[in-house]
Design a protein around this ligand. Structure first.
Ligand code: JFZ
Length: 592
């Protein structure tokens, strides 16, 4: 993709603006926690195949990947006549899956409007034999079934309009006038979408790659003028969104601050591809929903109907399975707040609602379960699915440290895959230890969001991204430092984990120095192994073993990580990454 390649901060964190008095516009969205994304358009016809050749990458990018001339691609419209389109069934699928909102593509990068648009004849009503407006159907059904209607709109990339971004095979870039594209197409079409379909919950903008801050601000003003309560997603760019988004399919290493949403695919494409059968398991999807909710992020899960409007059966099955789990455990997801702990746990995750902590176990907990660091007094412990089944517990303090230890006797707990929820009622407000703590399984995990960023220079250049990964770590002066508590002294194997987006190069070969407990370990980061787990699917967790550290006694220590030698290859710089060290975490596991 050799177009203007300035690294774009796609997860631009919304600059905290003072909360306007009156209603919190994000309340419905936060409570929902879980939404349906729908990518549907002309790209469902070729379905990832062009001229008999399977085209790699996400299906809705086929026109760009094959540099298909507008005149050729537009002919697909004459073939678009979906006989199995059923808006009521799709909205019911979302509602029964436990999703509170639905985001549908009204215009994607190919520039084709999937609604009745008098601004441009290149739309589903005027340009296809179907002559039908599916967005009107969805608007009616969302109102009838109580699901919030939201629209995806590609405000920057448009491969059909001469002034839209990124079609340079039909239209020379030097002739493009982005302001004309905004004036002639974007703003008028947003007017149609925000005046023809009733209340719209949110406009989900995308890939803010070329528009200026002024242009993004004008689009935001236009939306809020037409519908003041309509939210604007973070990918409007320049920090002007009402909430933030990391990269696609990204799972953060720890709790996020502020409002976030991760959008994700059920297989490896957004738009329908007939040869992509790599469907994630229902267990993977439920675990991901729990993981994101525990970190304060919404989960926007995608379906890509085929050219006939049918939702692929594997998608329906998986959404139904998630719905079944939420019918039992929904109280531990909907309307919850993130975990009081910034890090996650080897055994599962925690979500919060008032003075109730929901422990989501990914495996049957030992009868003698322990949690370190909960300062609040516990009033009761019971299974969410069987609230009358109480479990006995005790709260003590670990020897040699003032670390509180909660011990629960889970005799009789019925564990149901993929996750079983236990409600821990607190007597008072939630309070936890802020430091990184050794876990009952004796491991320690150091994540970026819990580190202090420091430097030997005046001001650090490295920063901790809102998504929990380091950004601009491209020097040897800056460092990360943690304070942590060891409860069970001993010797530990040390692993440093870095990452990258799976389709992009890994920035490795950097010599890092790790110091703690009077010992210094030095290693060049190498692709020794990829850690298993959900995160590695799209952001491989690259592990480098650094040797061993010993902690002779229980107590509080500090650990520092700093670069000593860098391997900053230009090729590692991409559209979405600055090519620097992308630190994920440090793991200490008891040495055999
Ligand atoms: C964008 C679109 O290009 C894509 O077609 C789909 O609609 C998706 C939801 O969003 O794709 C992106 C956007 C951001 C990144 C990668 C793909 N990113 O930040 O790496």
């Amino acid at each position: 993709m050799a177009l203007s390649m300035r690294a774009v901060d796609i997860s631009a964190v919304k600059r905290p603006t003072r909360r306007r008095r009156g209603r919190d516009e994000l309340a419905w969205w936060r409570d929902a926690r879980f939404g349906l994304f729908i990518h549907w358009g002309l790209y469902a016809i070729p379905a990832g195949v062009w001229r008999g050749k399977r085209v790699p990458y996400i299906g809705e990018w086929l026109m760009f990947r094959e540099k298909i001339p507008v005149a050729t691609y537009a002919k697909l419209a004459a073939q678009f006549h979906p006989r199995h389109w059923d808006a009521a069934a799709i909205v019911r699928l979302a509602r029964e899956a436990g999703m509170g909102y639905l985001v549908v593509t009204t215009k994607h990068h190919d520039g084709f409007a999937m609604y009745r648009s008098s601004v441009c004849p290149y739309n589903v009503v005027d340009a296809t034999p179907w002559h039908h407006d599916p967005i009107a159907d969805l608007a009616r059904e969302c109102r009838r079934q109580g699901v919030k209607l939201c629209f995806y709109y590609s405000q920057d990339l448009d491969w059909h309009h001469p002034d839209g971004a990124w079609n340079t095979w039909d239209y020379p870039p030097e002739n493009k006038k982005p302001d004309r594209y905004l004036r002639e197409k974007v703003l008028p079409q947003l007017t149609e979408l925000l005046t023809h379909y009733g209340p719209v919950g949110m406009i989900w903008f995308d890939t803010p790659l070329t528009l200026t801050r002024e242009q993004s601000a004008a689009i935001r003003r236009h939306v809020k003028r037409l519908q003041p309560h309509c939210l604007v997603s973070g990918r409007i760019g320049h920090g002007l969104g009402d909430y933030s988004l990391p990269r696609d399919n990204f799972l953060p290493p720890g709790r996020l601050e502020g409002d976030w949403e991760t959008c994700a695919t059920l297989n490896h494409t957004w738009g329908f591809k007939k040869h992509d059968h790599e469907w994630k398991s229902a267990a993977n999807l439920i675990t991901t929903l729990i993981d994101l909710t525990s970190k304060g992020s919404n989960y926007l899960l995608n379906i890509g109907p085929d050219a006939d409007g049918r939702v692929p059966a594997p998608s329906v099955q998986r959404l139904r399975a998630i719905g079944a789990w939420l019918r039992v455990n929904g109280a531990a997801i909907h309307g919850t707040s993130p975990s009081p702990f910034r890090h996650d746990f080897p055994w599962g995750r925690i979500t919060t609602k008032g003075r109730t902590l929901y422990f989501h176990f990914f495996a049957k907990p030992s009868r003698h379960f322990q949690l370190h660091g909960l300062r609040s007094r516990v009033a009761s412990v019971a299974a969410l699915a069987r609230p009358h089944k109480n479990f006995s517990f005790s709260q003590t303090t670990a020897a040699g440290t003032r670390t509180p230890v909660l011990t629960i006797d889970f005799t009789g707990l019925r564990f149901t895959k993929p996750a079983t929820v236990v409600a821990v009622q607190l007597a008072k407000a939630t309070a936890v230890e802020p430091l990184t703590l050794q876990q009952p399984d004796r491991t320690l995990t150091f994540i970026g969001p819990m580190a202090r960023v420091g430097t030997n220079a005046k001001k650090p250049e490295m920063r901790m991204g809102g998504n929990g990964l380091t950004e601009n770590w491209r020097n040897t002066r800056d460092w990360l430092e943690w304070r942590f508590t060891v409860l069970h002294p001993g010797k530990f194997d040390v692993t440093v984990v870095t990452t990258h987006q799976h389709l992009e190069p890994w920035s490795g070969g950097h010599t890092l120095r790790l110091s703690s407990a009077g010992r210094t370990l030095r290693r060049k980061t190498a692709r020794e192994s990829i850690l298993p787990g959900l995160r590695s699917t799209y952001f491989p967790q690259i592990a480098t073993h650094f040797g061993q550290l010993s902690f002779p006694r229980a107590g509080t220590y500090s650990l520092r990580l700093q670069a000593e030698g860098l391997n900053l290859a230009k090729k590692n710089k991409t559209l979405f990454s600055d090519g620097g060290i992308q630190f994920s975490e440090i793991r200490l596991t008891p040495a055999e």
